[in-house]
Ligand binder design. Structure first.
Ligand code: SF4
Length: 387
């Protein structure tokens, strides 16, 4: 694959297995993938091909009995490169949210029903952007100090001092004690006002009408589309380098889907985050993505620019996927057979028993993932994958 300098995230030869009572599920079999800065990369494939576990691997959040048994996931942060799979849990917790965020299919499942939108978004901001919020609170106090009389000056100076202490150590004893004393704890209300302002700004960015009112709502009061916008706001609250969106429009109706896709495009321009968009809908891919990675049975089988994939698909699976899109006046084609079980998966190319071009070599040798045109990668013996 091209130089790592061009990417913010690179996955090389990722192997993931699940050790179940039925047998070993070979979920990912050497996945190769890279994501460029500020691009939307679509990850497509049928259900069960490994899209979601790839995204969980990026966050090192694969649940047991899953085990990552090979490969590298490298994230670029300025001049540094971070091998995610070698980091300790404490460090990974900082990466999650700050550098990589995720949005899921079921927004309501990720919102706490007993807290308002403001409380939940505010919590994310406090966890990840407290320093920035405290600095803007201190600036506000400085502005108030210019106009304050002598008595108020003393109180404002105390508030400023406590904000500075909180900047150094948010859990310090003096901060905790001061939070309980009336008047002195005014620094907390000032901080809360800054948080509220930021929450409303974020909701406005999500194109939510009347954001002040929505901030006071509980999750059960939100429509599906609104709840998904709130979850996107939570994911973008820390301005992550990479946003992973796992089929975020699956359960929404078509008009709301279109609004969310439009919003994701607008947010990419504003926040300059890269987006890994997981979907099985090729219509969404055509509408939204810059590049596309096609997955089949635990492997990325083709990776290219979105126009290239639609104009010149090479891998027989990509071609079959495109042919199976229903078109008016055209005969509907489906891909024969089903995705194989990944307990004892097919040998060689895992697509061989469904492929109309299968050759003798195909069930014996796994094709290599090679560059066949500029930035166009494919894993198939028809294109020299055996070399
Ligand atoms: Fe078909 Fe062989 Fe290519 Fe696999 S390697 S997609 S079986 S032609």
């Amino acid at each position: 694959m091209s130089s790592f300098d061009e990417y913010i995230l690179s996955i090389q030869g990722l192997i993931l297995r699940f050790y179940t009572y039925e047998g070993i599920v070979e979920a990912l079999d050497g996945v190769n993938l890279n994501i460029k800065p500020a691009e939307i990369l679509g990850l497509v494939g049928e259900t069960g091909c490994g899209k979601s576990v790839t995204s969980l691997s990026i966050l090192n959040l694969v649940p047991p009995p899953g085990r990552i048994e090979g490969g590298e996931i490298t994230l670029r942060e300025g001049e540094k490169t971070i091998n995610i799979l070698e980091q300790h849990e404490d460090f990974l917790r900082k990466i999650r949210g700050n550098l990589i965020s995720m949005i899921f299919q079921e927004p309501r499942a990720y919102l706490n029903p007993v807290f308002t939108v403001e409380e939940q978004l505010g919590e994310v901001l406090v966890q990840h952007r407290l320093g920035e919020l405290l600095n803007s609170t201190i600036q506000k106090i400085d502005m108030e100090l210019e106009k304050a009389d002598k008595l108020k000056r003393h109180l404002l100076m105390l508030h400023k001092k406590l904000c500075l202490k909180m900047l150094k150590n948010p859990r310090s004893l003096s901060v905790r004690v001061a939070s309980k004393i009336p008047l002195v704890n005014g620094f907390k209300s000032k901080l809360r006002m800054e948080i509220r302002k930021k929450v409303v700004e974020l909701l406005k960015d999500m194109e939510i009408p009347d954001p002040q009112r929505v901030a006071r709502m509980y999750p059960h009061e939100l429509s599906g589309g609104m709840a998904q916008r709130v979850v996107i706001a939570m994911a973008l609250a820390c301005n992550p380098k990479l946003l992973i969106a796992d089929e975020p429009t699956t359960n929404l109706d078509v008009t709301v889907q279109a609004q969310i896709l439009h919003l994701i495009r607008v947010l990419r321009e504003k926040y300059k985050s890269s987006i890994l968009y997981i979907t099985h809908d090729l219509g969404v891919v055509a509408e939204l993505c810059d590049r596309v990675a096609v997955m089949y049975a635990g492997n990325v089988v083709e990776l290219a620019d979105v126009y290239e994939i639609f104009k010149n698909p090479l891998h027989p699976y990509t071609r079959a996927l495109l042919e199976s899109i229903p078109r008016p006046g055209k005969e509907f084609k489906s891909i024969p057979g089903t995705v194989p079980s990944l307990i004892n998966p097919p040998s060689g190319c895992r697509f061989h028993d469904r492929c109309q071009f299968a050759m003798e070599i195909c069930n014996k040798v796994k094709p290599k993932f090679i560059e066949v045109g500029k930035d166009h990668y494919v894993a198939c013996h028809l294109f020299g994958g055996g070399k």
